[in-house]
Design a binder for this molecule. Structure first.
Ligand code: NAD
Ligand code: TDX
Length: 342
């Protein structure tokens, strides 16, 4: 099986590359990434250097380069992770989100269709459904109601994939997953940001009242779901992928668990001005994937959080290198104006 993974040097993409090499050793893996601020070649360097994985530095919005790739190599499956992925950055400026997430996805669809791929796995997000209050959960049939330019651009890309199925029979599966966490996550997202800030005895900037709820899924559980769906999911369908009810946790509680595990004081928590358009709660019904492909999460939130904290403790060189240069400029832009505003 010849497999192309886009966004392979990012958080979920790089975990997926490691997962495939270990769980499907007979698959040939090509890892594509343009290496934006969020892409880190180091995440997959050992596999590329040992010859297990081919690395392709290509921008998915470069139509000519993407078309040439699909003409020169015959891929059976594409796992499409490449995206601009951070909500706060989409609030500061949306152009890159529209370009990569919408146009980049269409360019890949066109090239993959011409290249006659057998499966195109489009990795999307629960954020396309918008926000819930304290009750209920979204199913695959819930209407799309995104709140940020990030989630609107992901919703747009989902619709382009489903349109390509209806118009051309393009063999696509759209997956919508809840919040992932685990090793190699860029320290702009809640869990790695708060672990690394706490380790540096810096404040943890909690948005609003801290009672927004996310449903957390350990990244290897997501990887397993994607492989199972590629192997036995139905094309033209959408599948939700999510954590168990015990993994639906308010941000304040996540923050307290991190501080407790690290033995750090709660006065590091600083409530700051809220994220504009901040979705209150996400929760998914995952009956479809459970019944059709027999997948369910295997790692509890308590266990996953401990593993994640241990990884950041053991890999301080990795995150300390990231938390410099461009990162510090972004941090000032996103958090500077929030100081003391809540
Ligand atoms: P990430 O930001 O860590 O990684 C994205 C990767 O895509 C980076 O390596 C980046 O260099 C690459 N990339 C960006 N623009 C590109 C371009 N134009 N051409 C080629 N490569 C490009 O993101 P992530 O958290 O790993 O998310 C991966 C995918 O999963 C995204 O599509 C995201 O919407 C989706 N998703 C993420 C989560 C989550 O909790 N992180 C949850 C559900 C769905
Ligand atoms: O500094 C912070 N303070 C804070 O209170 C940050 C970065 C976040 N938060 C809150 C906002 C959210 O309620 O924590 C929660 C999680 O925030 P993020 O880590 O930014 O994730 P979220 O906005 O929920 O989106 C994530 O899950 C769905 C990913 O970034 C998306 O790529 C994915 O689609």
């Amino acid at each position: 099986m010849k497999t192309l993974i886009t966004g392979a040097a990012g958080f979920i993409g790089s975990n997926f590359v490691h997962y495939l090499v270990s769980e499907r050793p007979d698959w040939q893996v090509s890892a594509l990434d343009v290496l934006t601020y969020a892409g880190n070649f180091e995440n997959i360097a050992s596999l590329v250097e040992s010859g297990k994985v081919e690395f392709l530095k290509i921008d998915i919005t470069d139509r000519e380069a993407i078309e040439d790739l699909f003409k020169s190599e015959q891929f059976d499956i594409v796992f499409h992770f490449a995206a601009e992925s951070h909500v706060d950055r989409s609030i500061l400026g949306a152009d890159a989100f529209v370009k990569t997430n919408v146009l980049g996805t269409q360019i890949l669809i066109d090239a993959a269709r011409a290249g006659k791929v057998e499966r195109f796995m489009h990795i999307s997000t629960d954020e396309v459904y918008g926000s819930l209050d304290s009750k209920g959960r979204f199913s695959e049939n819930s209407p799309l109601n995104p709140s940020s330019a990030y989630s609107a651009s992901k919703a747009g890309s989902d619709l382009l994939c489903l349109a390509a199925f209806k118009t051309h029979g393009f063999p696509v599966i759209v997956t919508r997953c809840t919040n992932n966490y685990g090793p190699y996550q860029f320290p702009e997202k809640l869990i790695p940001l708060f672990i690394t800030n706490a380790l540096e005895d810096r404040e943890l900037p909690l948005y609003g009242d801290g009672m927004n709820v996310r449903s957390w899924l350990y990244v290897t559980d997501h990887c397993e779901a994607l492989v199972k769906l590629a192997e036995s999911g139905r094309v033209g369908e959408v599948y939700n992928i999510g954590g168990e009810e015990e993994a639906e946790v308010a941000n304040l509680e996540v923050t307290r668990l991190i501080l407790k595990e690290l033995g750090k004081p709660e006065d590091l928590i600083k409530k700051v001005a809220d994220r504009p358009g901040h979705d209150r709660r996400y929760a998914l019904s995952c009956q479809k994937i459970r019944e059709e492909v027999g997948w369910q999460p295997t790692i509890s939130f308590a266990d996953g959080l401990k593993r994640t904290i241990d990884w950041y403790l053991a890999n301080s060189d990795w995150w300390k290198r990231i938390k410099s240069g461009e990162y510090l400029e972004y941090y000032k832009k996103n958090y500077g104006a929030r100081e003391g505003k809540y």
